[in-house]
Ligand binder design. Structure first.
Ligand code: UDP
Length: 323
């Protein structure tokens, strides 16, 4: 298949691009490199650098690539930042996504695979979380993703644009070649590993008074390569729907730090901080729907394996990508 990948220079997009190419698909990566890195774009892909804000850029790129499918990873992805700069999130994650969906319709694209998020649910009233839970996001990040999910439902119904929206839980880990490097790192695992590398003195724990056994937030970590496999299955024709992607195991911030200490053999000093705005206490997926309906089989469900691959990448690339 010919696949148009937005955000293919970013963490998740780069590894999905790699897996698509390994599986024999051809890929055009579209990225403005605000979050991504040029050297994270697989050299086998065609690269288009263009600002999505400029009228016509997205449509022209899709028109030229003539893709069978679009995978839309490009997004602003910090829950905390979305609470202080909501405008950025509604523009980038909703308005730019809408331009892409319009281009998909205009160019007769058959499938739209969208990176949604468990943040669309807000604090859930039962666990593990299934796709039919009410969606009550508590951050502009979650809200903008939910708004675009609704666009996809209408576009499928009225323009016959099939879509698969994956609601990611916490993507982590690395492939042998590509890994996680954000210019400003906010995510837990890479931050802890930067302490292990001696690049930071300590790791901050945001909130120790949550209603969880050790008082810190619980998340469901999923290996980036398992996530990429799900995207490949999302290309199957004739299917549309929403799917959670997680392992069904919840780990607290303290448990993640302990696992990182075990894998790296380094002591991780921590400093307790107040809660971060917009963080629900516990998010754990039921991915039963992806398993039964898409045939998804996670290969690296253990947190140890997820952290080991992330650590191997960080040791090999202590300063991340060069650009
Ligand atoms: N977290 C933390 N210290 C950090 C980064 C994150 O305590 O340096 C916490 C954060 O508050 C959340 C969990 O770790 O409860 C996972 O955060 P992350 O940013 O990795 O992913 P999110 O769940 O926000 O998508």
């Amino acid at each position: 298949m010919n696949v148009f990948v937005t955000g293919g220079a970013g963490y998740i997009g780069s590894i999905c691009t790699e897996e698509l190419l390994n599986a024999g698909h051809s890929v055009t990566v579209y990225d403005n490199l605000t979050e991504g890195h040029r050297s994270a774009v697989d050299p086998r892909a065609t690269f288009v650098f263009a600002e999505p804000e400029v009228e016509g850029n997205i449509l022209n790129a899709v028109r030229q690539a003539k893709p069978d499918a679009i995978m839309h990873f490009a997004a602003s992805a910090q829950v905390g930042e979305s609470m202080t700069n909501p405008k950025k999130y509604f523009h980038n994650n909703l308005v730019n996504a809408l331009k892409l969906a319009d281009a998909a319709v205009e160019c007769g694209v058959k499938k739209f695979v969208f990176s949604s998020t468990c943040a669309t649910y807000g604090p859930p009233d039962r666990m593990p979380m299934t796709e039919d839970l009410p969606q009550r996001p508590i951050s502009p990040y979650g809200e903008a993703k939910l708004m675009f999910e609704k666009v996809l439902v209408w576009y499928q119904q009225l323009y016959q644009l099939d879509f698969i929206a994956f609601r990611y839980f916490n993507a982590a880990g690395a492939s042998e070649t590509f890994g996680e490097h954000h210019r400003i790192e906010t995510h837990l695992i890479p931050n802890v590993l930067m302490v292990a590398l001696g690049q930071k003195t300590h790791c901050e724990i945001f909130g120790t008074d949550y209603p969880t056994p050790d008082g810190t937030c619980i998340r469901d970590y999923i290996h980036i390569r398992d996530l990429a496999q799900a995207h490949m299955l999302g290309l199957q024709p004739g299917k549309s729907g929403f799917y959670n992607l997680g392992n069904g195991d919840g780990y607290s911030v303290r448990q993640v730090i302990d696992t990182c200490e075990k894998i790296t053999g380094k002591k991780i000093p921590t400093v307790e901080k107040p809660r971060r705005a917009g963080d629900p206490p516990r998010l754990v997926a039921s991915a039963g729907k992806a398993i039964t309906e898409l045939g998804w089989k996670p290969k690296f469900p253990k947190l140890e394996d997820i952290v080991s691959t992330a650590w191997a990448w960080h040791v090999k690339h202590p300063n991340g990508y060069p650009d």
